[in-house]
Design a protein around this ligand. Structure first.
Ligand code: AMP
Ligand code: ZN
Length: 112
């Protein structure tokens, strides 16, 4: 399958990884939108949140526990934002489930 995040998870293409385990991989976004901007993806190819179900959704809870650990390690004690873009209207450009973690500055709300 020609999926860029599957290839990053498998180590087949380079990325600036900050964490990996059996279930997920975290790496810095190529086009950072905040002083800290990384992505967390499951190793399993799931194309988006619209494809989550009772059989494959446990990894999402794991990813959020990893996000809590990594943001603490990075010193984001003033807070941060976790973003998932789903589908065309959601602005999703890579068809492999991923969560953006943005921090290190005050983030506007609501988003555009
Ligand atoms: P989304 O628009 O939510 O699908 O987000 C995809 C994100 O992946 C964008 O923020 C891109 O900058 C980022 N991205 C695309 N290719 C790479 C890559 N090879 N390494 C790191 N980040 C990437
Ligand atoms: Zn994939």
């Amino acid at each position: 399958m020609d999926c860029i995040f599957c290839k990053i998870a498998a180590g087949e293409i380079p990325s600036n990884k900050l964490y990996e385990d059996d279930l997920c991989v975290a790496f810095y976004d190529l086009s950072p939108q905040a002083p800290v901007h990384f992505l967390v993806v499951p190793r399993e190819h799931i194309s988006g949140t619209d494809k989550l179900n009772d059989q494959n959704c446990a990894v999402v809870g794991h990813i959020f526990s990893v996000i809590a650990k990594l943001t603490a390690q990075l010193g984001l004690d003033k807070g941060y934002r976790v973003v998932n873009n789903c589908g065309e209207d959601g602005g999703q450009t890579v068809g492999h489930l991923h969560f953006h973690v943005l921090g290190g500055r005050t983030l506007a709300w609501p988003p555009g």
